[in-house]
Design a protein around this ligand. Structure first.
Ligand SMILES: [Zn+2]
Length: 485
């Protein structure tokens, strides 16, 4: 029975943390799931819950979390040169790790990975594929994966995707991601292959070409970045194409802030209500996060531990506080180049205590990602951190600004701006001319004030727009299509 197989897998995940998972068993379960769907039309009543794993159960979560953290740490001190040194220097014994004393081990930051990447490679694992970060905050990080990781992650994602009805043999996925985001592209292609779906890797090409691919290929799923989604929406509007010409059932975005206004425009343009704001980050794969119907972010706690540390104090953030997300992927989900207590610099707010009341209420949640810590406006004169201090203006997150600006009637998608804290403590906001054009700078100031943003505007020419704020859509690759012969 297929359900028995999933139940056994769930038990195996809880009990046999110390050993690598059997990828063959996982892909066998994927095939069984597809066969069950073919025969019965649905995978069974409680299979959806089963695939959420043992960590969805709060009564066992703490015990499993600590066991997973200890096993992950014990392996790292044996095989990771970086963490052998780091645990020894901090005097932290992996066998005594708890959720409460985890803070004794310093955070791992991007600079550590950039400075000595080889120190993170674990003895006994063979790197076979590298993937690079495509974020806009400094030099890219290169992460190596083993063959085991490269085949296990898609198998897991395919199994849960099939059981949740998110992907199947009738689907076609168009992937508009940077070609350097190897892990994400590989993951999407692998999931499609296992689920029997079609994968169309279009890349970050000029948006009219990606739109052509959508009109001809009729994908059911689009995977892209919010800023590139913005370009696709604008291209569709320019060409007068609408919902009748698409058959998308879902758009998955990640890597950037997806604003309410842009998501609404995507629904209208592509004719699907499902515009998802997901979390994934190269350094902490395969730990991902899903957004729910109430706009929370729910991390997958089966694959890793998630902490939120206060931006103001560095201690665990309390309800309502702004914090940075720190993630520890567990062994055996990560093998070749794992990180422990990795500071993603992604900001969230901790939700108030109490029932969540959403469609993913079985697992803990935070606010959606509010932007990067580095995106918090700083004082131009002092260069000092404005985080946590003083006025609301100083604490404005990237999401606050993107939400407010992208809701303007001028439709400045993706929003381009530079924010800084002025000497008088107010927020100085530099915008390109097209953002205020036809609406007026005063009306923009009022619009922002209505959303709690007290700003002093500065308007610059449109050719400075991309220099104000880099987005992933700026990574567009050239093609031969538009070249004249
Ligand atoms: Zn929720």
């Amino acid at each position: 029975m297929f359900e028995t197989g999933v139940r056994q897998l769930r038990l195996a995940l809880a009990m046999v943390w110390g050993r690598p998972l059997n990828v063959g068993v996982l892909t066998g379960l994927v095939d069984d799931a597809l066969a069950t769907l073919r025969e019965f039309g649905e995978p069974g009543d409680d299979v959806g819950q089963l695939v959420d794993g043992p960590f969805a159960d709060p009564t066992v979560r703490r015990d499993l979390t600590e066991r997973a953290l200890r096993r992950t740490a014990r392996r790292l001190v044996n095989v990771s040169p970086f963490y052998a040194q780091r645990f020894a220097a901090a005097g932290v014994d992996p066998r005594r790790l708890t959720v409460d004393n985890l803070g004794e081990l310093p955070l791992t930051v991007k600079a550590d990975l950039v400075a000595e990447p080889r120190a993170f490679l674990c003895a006994g694992s063979t790197p076979v594929i590298s993937t690079r970060t495509t974020g806009s905050t400094g030099a890219p990080v290169e992460i190596w994966l083993s063959r085991y990781e490269a085949s296990m992650w898609p198998a897991f994602a395919a199994l849960s995707g099939i059981l949740r009805g998110e992907i199947g043999p009738t689907d076609a996925m168009q992937v508009c991601l940077s070609s350097r985001a190897t892990a994400a592209v590989q993951q999407d292609v692998g999931v499609c292959r296992l689920a029997g779906a079609r994968a169309d890797v279009v890349g970050l090409v000029p948006p009219d070409e990606a739109l052509d691919a959508m009109l001809h290929g009729k994908p059911t799923i689009l995977a892209t970045y919010p800023s590139y989604l913005a370009l696709l929406i604008k291209a569709a509007a320019r060409r007068g194409v609408g919902p009748a010409e698409f058959r998308l059932r879902r758009v998955d975005t990640g890597g950037e802030v997806l604003s309410t206004a842009l998501a609404a425009a995507a629904r209208e343009t592509f004719g699907t209500p499902n515009i998802n704001d997901t979390f994934a980050m190269t350094e902490v794969l395969p730990v991902t996060g899903r957004s729910c119907n109430l706009g929370h972010l729910h991390h997958d706690l089966n694959t890793g531990h998630v902490e939120v540390l206060s931006v103001a104090t560095g201690e665990p953030a309390t309800a309502g506080e702004l914090g940075t997300v720190v993630i520890t992927p567990y062994y055996p989900y990560r093998e070749c180049m794992p990180v422990f207590r990795y500071d993603t610099r992604d900001l969230v707010r901790v939700l108030p205590d109490g029932p969540l009341g959403c469609d993913l209420a079985g697992t803990p949640a935070t606010s959606l990602i509010l932007g990067k810590f580095e995106g918090l406006p700083r004082g131009a004169a002092t260069g000092g951190r404005a985080a946590g201090a003083g006025s609301r203006a100083a604490g404005a997150t990237t999401r606050d600004l993107v939400e407010a600006l992208e809701a303007l009637p001028t439709r400045p998608w993706p929003a381009r701006f530079r924010a800084e804290v002025l000497d008088d403590g107010r927020l100085g906001l530099t915008l390109p001319h097209s953002t205020v054009d036809g609406f007026g700078a005063d009306a923009v100031t009022t619009h922002l004030a209505d959303r709690g943003l007290d700003v002093e505007l500065r308007i610059v020419a449109d050719d400075e727009a991309t220099a104000l704020r880099a987005v992933r859509a700026d990574l567009i690759e050239s093609t031969f299509t538009t070249r004249a012969y």
